[in-house]
Design a protein around this ligand. Structure first.
Ligand SMILES: [Zn+2]
Length: 271
């Protein structure tokens, strides 16, 4: 078995690169030898990975939102593993355990909680897995809502909704590990530096991410603590970010965080 990207007690996480920039995350419980797959956009990639781990049982699939690059492999995997538990939003075909904000469930023997995060899409769900071992850090699966140093595009929802999502994430424990659905980190950090050129935490994150990509490794996971220091969409209350957003729009200064986030998102859409 290949080495995991990261470990949380008995849970080990593996990024399976898919399509242009997606990560299908595989989570393995090393004790029970069960696996869960997050957002299988490509069934072949998941099946090829499972073939390399013949002692693993695929026990669950978790879906964050309805976009094809996160769900296209679902039907094929369900056909191959009919007993699978499929957790996800109510509108995704194949979901056996439809979930809503505040729901809790058990996956790979560990407790998980659902955060509804409408904005990128209206159905978007994020998942917080809190390993039972006290020393293990929590795992946040953020799909296309929170990326390292960025957030998802507003395809269906509003800046106000995305701001509320960012505020909920920021309130989580700073050591919570963030596993996102895409490798967008270097582009996001370039934008974060355009917003806050003097932010040393962003400069350090960029150096680390560049080194990881040069070695062909994923830049993820991030942490909530790092996002609070580097992610402009989580820093809409900071004077430097407010000033940069106002300079970009050319409008008089507004410190309303909804306006700041909307301006940043608009700016990033053409960055
Ligand atoms: Zn998406």
């Amino acid at each position: 078995m290949s080495y995991p990207q990261s470990s949380h007690g008995e849970l080990h996480l593996y990024p399976l690169p898919a399509l242009e920039s997606n990560y299908i995350w595989a989570i393995v419980n090393d004790r029970t030898r069960q696996a869960a797959i997050i957002d299988p956009g490509d069934a072949d990639i998941v099946q090829a990975w499972l073939m390399q781990q013949p002692t693993l049982e695929l026990a669950a699939i978790i879906i964050t939102h309805h976009h094809h690059d996160h769900t296209d492999g679902l039907a094929e995997l369900i056909a191959r593993f009919p007993a699978l538990a499929v957790y996800g939003p109510t509108d995704v075909e194949g979901v056996t355990q439809p979930l809503h904000d505040g729901d809790t469930f058990t996956v790979l023997d560990q407790p998980a909680a659902v955060l509804a995060t409408p904005a990128h899409t209206i159905d978007h769900l994020c998942y917080l897995i809190t390993p039972q071992e006290k020393s293990a850090k929590p795992i946040l699966l953020t799909g296309d809502t929170l990326f390292m140093a960025g957030c998802g595009r507003l395809f269906e929802g509003t800046a106000e909704q995305m701001l509320r999502n960012m505020e909920r994430f920021a309130a989580l424990s700073p050591d919570t590990a963030v596993y996102a659905g895409h490798e967008y980190t270097l582009n996001n950090l370039a934008f974060a530096l355009a917003v806050e050129p003097d932010n040393a935490a962003i400069q350090e994150a960029k150096a680390r991410a560049s080194a990881a990509r040069a070695e062909g490794r994923a830049t993820l996971p991030s942490t909530i603590g790092q996002e609070r220091r580097t992610n402009p969409f989580m820093r809409t209350h900071k004077a430097t970010v407010i000033q940069a957003a106002c300079r970009h729009t050319g409008r008089p200064a507004s410190d309303d965080p909804v306006h700041v986030l909307a301006a940043l998102r608009h700016w990033k859409d053409t960055f």
